[in-house]
Design a protein. Structure first.
Length: 310
């Protein structure tokens, strides 16, 4: 049975808008050295920050943190969100923007806003595939899943990392524990989430309080255990591979529970989207989550039977 224990954030989430005002773009992810005119009159700037290679993720008290940001037509939000992530202290190791074939120049906006950001394009379609592509590209010890719409607070990243360093395998964000909250969730979605929590907890023996929240972090060495679809596999003629869509967060929650990993919930405050319209569809997405729970429970049962027969 997977134990889910609460943990208080290591910081107090900021109230108000996330990050600096629009189009105010700090050029560095870490505090720059003092610079100014050199004797010849030119301006001296410190070198551009680049992530150091980490081909073999490890667990340590000071992990390198990779933040994965899937985007599709989020150019205006990236101008605010990326500098806010870069301003987090301790500084993150890298930010990977995974573009879902945007038509609004999200890639250009990301590179103009934060020149050292890593930008890749997902191999198929769907949020799950975008996440898997980001996971595969990450070189850090810890992976943080972060939405590009401004709803997640970057100042909470240290709390997620602290939970992992304290012994958790998977740090699960929750809006419904003490210290958490939401400026965006409706009563209907909150009620539906509570019902889905109950189903998940009954099927997997967990104590989740917020199954459907996508702000999560985990140790990178768990990726093989999650068995996500190969990012280089071809897309089917119609539809998507299992795990390529919005079911990705539920798939991850189910698989870490089925693997008996240590899960810690981290209180988080969800903000309203800054620009644009949400892609959430309450009934359709709720039905998809329920189908995912049942499918993942069947998968976990098959795995147990296979292991017992060996």
């Amino acid at each position: 049975m997977s134990a889910v224990s609460p943990v208080r954030p290591a910081i107090t989430p900021a109230r108000g808008p996330v990050g600096p005002p629009p189009r105010v773009v700090p050029p560095y992810a870490t505090p720059p050295r003092q610079f100014g005119p050199s004797p010849n009159g030119t301006m001296h700037r410190p070198p551009m920050r680049k992530p150091r290679p980490r081909p073999y993720p490890r667990r340590s008290a000071f992990p390198a943190v990779s933040v994965i940001v899937p985007v599709r037509n989020e150019a205006r939000n990236l101008e605010i969100v990326l500098p806010a992530i870069a301003a987090v202290r301790p500084a993150v190791h890298e930010i990977i923007v995974v573009d879902g074939h945007s038509t609004d120049d999200s890639i250009g906006a990301a590179r103009r806003t934060l020149p050292w950001v890593r930008v890749i394009t997902q191999t198929r379609k769907g949020k799950g595939n975008a996440m898997a592509c980001g996971f595969a590209a990450a070189t850090g010890d810890v992976i943080v899943m972060f939405d590009a719409d401004g709803s997640a607070d970057p100042t909470e990243i240290p709390a997620f990392v602290s939970a992992l360093v304290a012994g958790a395998d998977f740090a699960k964000g929750t809006r419904f524990a003490e210290g958490g909250g939401s400026d965006d969730i409706t009563l209907l979605r909150k009620t539906g989430n509570a019902g889905l929590n109950g189903v998940a907890n009954a099927l997997f023996g967990t104590s989740y309080t917020d199954l459907c929240y996508g702000y999560n972090a985990f140790w990178a060495d768990l990726l093989p255990l999650l068995e996500l679809p190969d990012v280089n596999a071809p897309a089917p003629p119609d539809g998507m591979l299992w795990g390529d869509g919005f079911e990705i967060e539920t798939v991850l929650n189910c698989r870490v529970a089925a693997a008996d990993l240590k899960i810690t919930e981290v209180p988080s405050v969800e903000r309203q989207r800054i620009f644009g319209e949400t892609n959430l569809r309450t009934f359709a997405d709720g039905t998809r989550v329920l189908r995912t729970l049942l499918a993942e429970h069947r998968r976990a049962d098959r795995r147990k039977k296979d292991r017992a027969q060996r």
